[in-house]
Design a protein around this ligand. Structure first.
Ligand SMILES: Cc1cc2nc3c(=O)[nH]c(=O)nc-3n(C[C@H](O)[C@H](O)[C@H](O)COP(=O)(O)OP(=O)(O)OC[C@H]3O[C@@H](n4cnc5c(N)ncnc54)[C@H](O)[C@@H]3O)c2cc1C
Length: 305
């Protein structure tokens, strides 16, 4: 099995998420080669071939040109899988590559089960196992699902790709920074998050009080944000913030994969859930089986004393 991994590069820098691709290939037991469309100084530290195309003069991202470069690398490497991150870059480029190669695409892989791929369905409430049906397959992997262990170390063997036909009707205009976040949860040492289990908007104050008593920040799962109980800047998960505090307290949160992907790097996890079998228990160091509305106010009162 050979995997061609398409690195993520932004404004002159290799994004660390590129190493998640390497972790995925290692877990799959695949021989890996990478593609970097960027400058050589940013090449990933891997002991693998890296196809490098520096096309900065055409702007940092041009889907037509990036597709041509990936297809050229596919021609040279003949991989079984072409792998992207399930990010805005992957969403845009992966289907273009799959369509050009007339091969299947499996999107947002969350884990590998005996060489097959697990993906979410029904708004990620269920999971299913998918097997590629085409000779080659384009894959996208969920951000945060495959962690690269330790510091990357390695010496890439660079093979350059020059663009001969750089014609495209598209022009890269630039990046627009996102609106400034009201809170940067990534910097918090303690996060106490409210999940749907808190029941209603008024109860969020009880979770916020615990966060305050612990000297931390309030976080939230997506349904709590979608319901408008907490602002989006406090959402933890794949479509919120990825956090790694010293202490993470999950209150009434089931432990869906998209939430866990955002907090599993926390040093110590306490979950409070009335269901002793809630999946959050799999990542929690301590699972308190209790009603949050009874346990949290009592615990906060003890801490305040
Ligand atoms: C593309 C995509 C992206 C997503 N991104 C994110 C994301 O970034 N972040 C995120 O969080 N989710 C995300 N989701 C949603 C995710 O799949 C889950 O639906 C969500 O995380 C569930 O939130 P929850 O745990 O708060 O709610 P639920 O899954 O409804 O769980 C509620 C939990 O509370 C417990 N509970 C209920 N009442 C009490 C009580 N009184 N006391 C104690 N426990 C109680 C229940 O036992 C249950 O375990 C995403 C989904 C998709 C499809």
């Amino acid at each position: 099995m050979k995997a061609l991994l398409i690195c993520e590069y932004r404004e002159g820098k290799l994004l660390d998420s590129s190493y998640e691709l390497a972790a995925f290939a290692d877990k799959l037991g695949a021989e890996k080669a990478m593609v970097l469309i960027g400058n050589e100084a940013a090449a990933p530290k891997v002991n693998a071939k890296v196809y490098l195309a520096d096309v900065a003069k055409y702007g940092e991202y041009n889907p037509d040109l990036h597709k041509k470069i990936v297809l050229e690398a596919v021609k040279r490497e003949n991989p079984d899988a072409i792998v992207f991150l399930h990010s805005s870059y992957g969403w845009d480029l992966a289907p273009r590559v799959a369509a050009a190669l007339k091969v299947g695409q499996i999107s947002e892989i969350t884990s590998i089960k005996e060489g097959k791929f697990e993906v979410g369905i029904c708004n990620a409430k269920l999971r299913r196992i998918v097997t590629p049906q085409t000779e080659k397959t384009v894959l996208t992997i969920q951000s945060g699902a495959f962690n690269f262990p330790g510091e990357p170390q390695g010496k890439p063997q660079i093979e350059k790709i020059e663009l001969t036909d750089a014609v495209s009707p598209l022009e890269f205009v630039g990046y627009e920074p996102p609106q400034k976040k009201e809170v940067d949860l990534a910097k918090a040492d303690v996060i106490v998050s409210a999940g749907r289990g808190v029941g209603k908007k008024e109860n969020v104050a009880i979770i916020a009080a615990l966060a305050k008593a612990l000297g931390g920040e309030l976080g939230a799962s997506r349904p709590v944000v979608d319901a408008g109980w907490v602002e989006h800047s406090r959402q933890v998960g794949t479509t919120g913030q990825i956090v790694a505090p010293k202490l993470y307290v999950a209150c009434g949160i089931s432990g869906a994969i998209q939430h866990v992907a955002g907090m599993k790097k926390s040093e110590f996890v306490v979950a409070i859930n009335k269901d002793k079998d809630a999946p959050i228990g799999e990542v929690a160091d301590v699972l308190v089986v209790a009603d949050v509305m009874q346990f949290v106010p009592a615990f906060t009162a003890k801490l305040q004393k």
